[in-house]
Design a protein. Structure first.
Length: 270
């Protein structure tokens, strides 16, 4: 059996967590990632019949029964993943209609998956129903997007339009826009359900005064999705107090739609 630490999905997860920490998005134990794995690729590296222990999830997700996930651990620092992956990451298989996570590898210090596990799994269900290729859910705390939720209206159309106007590439990268939740208590099924509902119409969901959730087909794409939105928010925060003399117009964004074969969210452009 192959060494799990050499698996492409493991190598990319370690690289991504280190990069997110370096970007300042995941201070201390902030942030979490879950990656949906194919059973076939898991079997190359693990004996899927050997369960280390079973962990109750506290929710039901029958749509994910039998599915495998690589998930960051609760209370773990992204900066440490590269040095001790078996302590900071875990591979689990959901069973009992999603109510139990069978641990196959990881959380070697007796820990478990992130406290945001319900929000992740509910978001996976929502995104897979929209696009079967969306296999990643990523949560982090980018400073400028957080700052923006303090000074900008939380109206989703206006929030999205502002970000689209900051960088030419934005409408190309996230034409489905950005959905926004008001402040909610984190780590609960309630915020998981609310996030999953928002994930039905956009791959980016901002948690006001907290962070952002992103979904995509792989770690690279999802990282880039959040990175683009955060860059736009950074520009906005630098100019928000200044008179705006120029902007990217709706007419110009329609040109971008035509050039790159995308369609901005219905009703978000004039």
């Amino acid at each position: 059996m192959k060494d799990l630490l050499t698996a492409p999905f493991m190598v990319e997860m370690i690289r991504t967590t280190a990069n997110m920490y370096a970007h300042g998005w995941d201070e201390r134990n902030g942030g979490n990632i879950s990656l949906l794995l194919d059973e076939g690729e898991v079997r190359e590296y693990l004996d899927t019949g050997k369960v280390i222990r079973n962990i109750p999830t506290g929710f039901a997700a029958p749509e994910l029964d039998g599915r495998y996930f690589l998930v960051t651990g609760t209370g773990k620092y992204f900066k440490n993943v590269q040095y001790a992956p078996e302590v900071n990451l875990g591979v689990v298989r959901l069973t009992d209609g999603g109510q139990t996570a069978a641990l196959l590898w990881g959380y070697a210090d007796g820990g478990q998956f992130t406290s945001e596990f319900p929000a992740h799994m509910m978001s996976h269900v929502a995104r897979l129903a929209v696009d079967a290729q969306n296999r990643v859910v990523m949560h982090c705390h980018p400073a400028n997007l957080l700052a923006m939720t303090y000074v900008h209206t939380l109206d989703e159309r206006e929030f999205t339009r502002t970000l689209w106007q900051m960088c030419t590439e934005c409408i190309v990268v996230f034409p489905d826009g950005v959905n926004v939740l008001p402040w909610m208590l984190c780590g609960t099924n309630e915020i998981g359900e609310a996030t999953a509902e928002k994930m039905k119409t956009a791959r980016l969901v901002v948690w006001s005064q907290h962070g952002i959730y992103g979904a995509g087909k792989d770690l690279d794409e999802t990282f880039g999705l959040i990175e683009t939105a955060e860059k736009a928010a950074e520009i906005y925060m630098k100019i928000a107090y200044l008179p705006r003399i120029n902007t990217i117009t709706d007419e110009q964004m329609h040109l971008l739609e035509q050039r790159f074969g995308v369609k901005g969210r219905e009703g978000y452009l004039d």
